[in-house]
Design a protein around this ligand. Structure first.
Ligand code: ADP
Ligand code: MG
Length: 259
């Protein structure tokens, strides 16, 4: 049955994350539909990374629930407190939710191919041959198969980030999180990483992208959220959000500074 209102792939309800007395994520609720591209923008320190890390279970939240494909995931009650689920279950969830960071985090002691094979091999327990085939296909997809035997240290930042993307998509995630994937790159290397993300978007990948690159945000986003002090201050359809009719003053002043 075709429906205009498909079930969300992920639903966050009333997520709170504190670091001591600081509330980094303050009661956020959010739904992402399959295939949707959400861009989150906002000043430094507003909680964007913490939110993405919470979605990938890299930060343990203090309050709230996360539903993935309609199922509450990630946490169990222990002595009346919410705690992260068993590492094995978290690992499985992380294989469905890929994440790419500003600073790549490739394994320096492994070749490019080794980096991309690692998830299918150790998390998904695929046979070596199959893991290699998957990894090669992903390296082809990000246009870097010719570098399969080199170590990350020999790559440019743009190439490293493309390997990091290949590594994430090798697990066939249903959701991809990109946390400022081009912020650490020299300007001339930004384009190749955007091109890779753009091609994943075209294939229908569901994604949340945190970026300060407004041109790219405008191009890729279905929906844009502006975050400040741990909360969503404004959100909207990408076209309306960046239009000259944007009537939220804080968003206006942020955009004026960044553009
Ligand atoms: P953004 O990604 O929007 O720049 P972050 O999510 O990194 O923001 O940070 C939100 C707030 O939480 C900031 O005030 C930051 O200093 C604080 N914060 C982030 N991680 C930690 C941590 N591990 N310990 C303490 N404070 C943190
Ligand atoms: Mg950040």
């Amino acid at each position: 049955m075709k429906t205009d209102n498909p079930a969300p792939l992920i639903r966050l309800s009333n997520i709170v994350k504190r670091f001591g007395s600081l509330t980094a994520v303050n009661n956020i609720s959010l739904e992402i539909k399959p295939g949707e591209k959400l861009v989150i923008i906002g000043p430094s320190g507003s909680g964007k990374s913490t939110l993405l890390r919470a979605i990938n279970f890299l930060e343990e939240i203090d309050e709230g629930t996360i539903l993935f494909e309609g199922r509450e995931v990630g946490y169990v009650q222990k002595k009346g407190r919410m705690v992260l689920d068993k590492p094995s279950r978290i690992c499985k969830l992380r294989s469905e939710i890929g994440m790419v960071f500003q600073h790549f985090y490739l394994f320096p002691h492994m070749t490019v191919l080794g980096n991309v094979m690692e998830g299918p091999l150790t998390v998904q327990k695929k046979p070596v041959e199959e893991a290699r085939d998957i990894a090669m296909a992903m390296l082809e997809k990000v246009g870097i198969a010719d570098k399969k035997d080199v170590y990350p240290a020999t790559l440019s930042g743009g190439q490293k980030q493309r390997v990091a993307i290949a590594r994430a998509i090798a697990m066939r995630p249903k959701l991809m999180l990109f946390d400022e994937p081009t912020s650490a790159l020299d300007p001339e290397l930004v384009g190749e990483v955007f091109e890779t993300i753009r091609s994943l978007a075209k294939e229908g990948m569901t994604m949340i992208v945190v970026t300060h690159q407004m041109g790219f945000a405008r191009e890729i986003a279905d929906r844009v959220i502006f975050m400040e002090q741990g909360g969503f201050i404004a959100q909207g359809d990408a076209r309306d959000f960046f239009s000259t009719n944007q009537d939220n003053e804080r968003v206006q002043s942020f955009l004026a500074k960044i553009l």
